[in-house]
Design a protein around this ligand. Structure first.
Ligand code: CMP
Length: 160
C-alpha cells in the first residue's frame, strides 16, 4: 500500500458519549493532525448495524453488540490524513481496552473488551464502504486547513 493522504471512518460509540469522552476523543484526532471532513450524531438502526457488523453476525456477542450500539446515539466522523487508516488504528488501540497500550484511546480511556469507545475502519476497501454507509456525498466537506503546510512535507502533500 503506497504512503498517501487518505481518509478513514470513525464512530464514537454510545459509551464514549455517555462517559463524556466525545471532546477528548475528537481532540486526540485533531491534535494528531487529522482533518475532520464529516461529522454527525446518529441513532443507529438495525438495518445499518446488520450491514456494518455483517462479518460478526454468527458471533455469540452479535446481539449484545447491536443492543450496545443502539443504546444511545453515536457520533460518526470522516478523518483525513497521511496514512490515516493505520495511523487512526494505532491511536485507537486494539479491541480490548484491558490489552491496549497506555497512550492509545482505548488504553487510556476504557478497560472493557467490548465497550471500547471507538470504531475505526481497517482497510481502504472497508473505509470507502463505511464512509458511504454513514454519510451522503453532500455531507463530505472539502477545504484546506491552515496547518496543512506545516503538517506535511512537499513530498507528502504530493500524494493527495
Ligand atoms: P470493533 O472492533 O470496533 O468492532 C467489532 C466490535 O464488536 C468490537 O469493536 C467490540 O465492540 C465488539 N466485540 C468484539 N469482540 C467482542 C466480544 N468477545 N464480546 C463482546 N463484544 C465484542
Amino acid at each position: 500500500m503506497p504512503d498517501k493522504i487518505e481518509r478513514t471512518l470513525v464512530i464514537i460509540k454510545p459509551d464514549g458519549l455517555q462517559r463524556n469522552l466525545l471532546g477528548e476523543v475528537i481532540s486526540r484526532f485533531e491534535k494528531k493532525g487529522l482533518k475532520i471532513t464529516a461529522l454527525k450524531m446518529m441513532q443507529l438502526s438495525d438495518v445499518l448495524l446488520d450491514e456494518h457488523y455483517a462479518h460478526h453476525k454468527d458471533k455469540p456477542f452479535f446481539n449484545d453488540l447491536k443492543g450496545f450500539m443502539k443504546s444511545a446515539p453515536c457520533v460518526a466522523a470522516v478523518l483525513e490524513g497521511y496514512n490515516a487508516i493505520s495511523a487512526v488504528r494505532l491511536l485507537v488501540g486494539p479491541t480490548k481496552g484491558y490489552e491496549a497500550d497506555a497512550g492509545s484511546i482505548r488504553g487510556d480511556l476504557c478497560i472493557s473488551g467490548s465497550s471500547n469507545i471507538v470504531h475505526a475502519s481497517d482497510s481502504p476497501e472497508n473505509t470507502e464502504k463505511e464512509v458511504f454507509r454513514f454519510f451522503n456525498n453532500d455531507e463530505l466537506f472539502k477545504y484546506k486547513k491552515i496547518d496543512y503546510d506545516y503538517l506535511y512535507s512537499e513530498k507528502e502533500k504530493g500524494t493527495e
